[in-house]
Write a protein that binds this ligand. Sequence first.
Ligand code: AMP
Ligand code: ZN
Length: 136
Amino acid sequence: MQDCIFCKIVRGELPSFKVFEDEHVLAFMDIEPVAVGHVLVIPKEHAMNLYDASEESIAQAFSAAHRIGPRVANAVGAEGFHITMNNGEAAWQTVFHPHIHILPRYPGDNHDPWKKHQRSREELARDAKKIQTLLG
Ligand code: AMP
Ligand code: ZN
């Protein structure tokens, strides 16, 4: 899809802090994280969300999330993580390319879902490197 920002990231036309990539899936740091270590896992195949995505592309993305989630949490020193997926505007979806959120949780973090957490580009790059190392 020409104008989709996540397709642009897949094609390398927009920058991202990648943590994992294979033939079907890409994982990168959320640019406006709601927690330290907030990672997005996307199928490379374009669709809007679970309403129209192929079962195969979603299975590949969730399979990657299964592998990546615990490693992300370990890399950033979290003690658990949420997996969430917003499907449709009414469900807070803002980017219309399927994506799975990995949201690390820390003891006593008083997590407020979707409240943005300030993280500089340098910190995001460091987080990505730590996670990449564990995925290697
Ligand atoms: P959602 O509200 O579920 O559609 O989530 C979209 C997510 O994409 C938000 O958490 C944004 O911070 C994130 N996002 C938007 N643009 C980018 C980008 N260029 N690189 C990384 N993450 C992004
Ligand atoms: Zn797309």
